[in-house]
Design a protein around this ligand. Structure first.
Ligand code: NDP
Ligand code: 8X3
Length: 253
């Protein structure tokens, strides 16, 4: 039977690549995000490339009412979700703690922590009903190590790390696997969002070395997902070859 994956933040970066990767392995995919026009284009392209079904859901993960409405009104044929990829997330700003913008902190905590929880709370009962499932939580190397000026973004990803561990324990009796992926430097729209549209500053982050690409993470998700039933990869840290820790990166500029 065809399986169903719901991917948050599928309009860009890791989420978008994961949607294509899973579609290439014959998953029907529910793609979600705020930018409806992008979802529409991706839906059409996926349907053209693969013999699968695609459902585009347009909501903001920070709005629990929108999340509940979207999941609770899923057409019956889409309710048996096998895979949830909690990917929607962002960093906003990079400042010493004493200079941080409260609005930036709210956006990161509301999206990365509360949004991930809202989506999980809505989807997990559908998995429990089936007595199976696999949840991927996209955390970060920032959820394993704190780096200068990373403060609140790191805190939000440390929270994802704790939620990942908590899910793994609580969902064990329901045969739901839980895997966190913790990437290091990875070139997507992430830095453009972090630096609020400053393209030059964003591009500089990835100069002088080969950063990870979204496809690298999508392939690791597929690897974890395609393990036999008795194997669960609980957490994966992946970095570019040029990066050893959050702070140790060799750049050749
Ligand atoms: P992108 O900016 O390319 O993608 C982020 C995605 O999240 C977009 O699809 C965006 O969709 C979605 N999103 C953001 N806010 C919301 C919201 N409030 N509601 C719904 N969707 C939202 O970045 P990445 O692909 O790099 O980031 C994906 C995840 O990976 C994030 O959790 C990030 O923290 C994590 N990560 C990224 C790394 C990197 O260096 N790039 C490294 C480690 C982890 P839309 O704007 O359409 O809503
Ligand atoms: C994104 C990676 O190092 O910019 O989570 O925090 S980093």
């Amino acid at each position: 039977m065809t399986k169903i994956a719901l991917i948050t933040g599928a309009t860009s970066g890791i989420g978008k690549s994961t949607a294509y990767e899973l579609a290439s392995h014959a998953y029907n995919v529910i793609i979600t995000g705020r930018r409806k026009e992008r979802l529409d284009i991706i839906e059409k392209d996926l349907k053209g490339k693969y013999d699968i079904k695609v459902l585009a859901l347009h909501f903001d993960v920070r709005n629990n009412e929108e999340v509940k409405q979207a999941i609770q009104t899923l057409p019956t044929e889409w309710q048996a979700i096998d895979v949830l990829v909690n990917n929607a997330g962002l960093a906003v700003g990079l400042s010493d703690i004493q200079d941080g913008e409260i609005e930036d902190w709210d956006r990161m905590i509301d999206t990365n922590v509360k949004g991930l929880l809202y989506v999980s709370r809505a989807v997990i009962p559908l998995m429990i009903k089936q007595n199976k499932g696999h949840i991927f939580n996209i955390s970060s190397i920032a959820g394993k190590e704190v780096y200068p000026k990373g403060n609140v973004y790191c805190a939000s990803k440390f929270a994802v790390d704790a939620i990942n561990k908590g899910m793994r324990i609580d969902l064990l009796p329901h045969h739901i696997k839980v895997t966190s992926i913790n990437p290091g430097l990875l070139e997507t729209e992430f830095s453009l969002v972090r630096f609020k549209g400053d393209e030059e500053r964003a591009a500089n982050v990835y100069k002088g070395f080969d950063p990870l690409q979204a496809q690298d993470v999508a392939e690791v998700i597929w690897f974890a997902l395609s393990r036999p039933d008795h194997v669960c990869l609980n957490e994966i840290i992946m970095t570019p070859s040029a990066q050893a820790t959050a702070r140790d990166v060799v750049k050749e500029i």
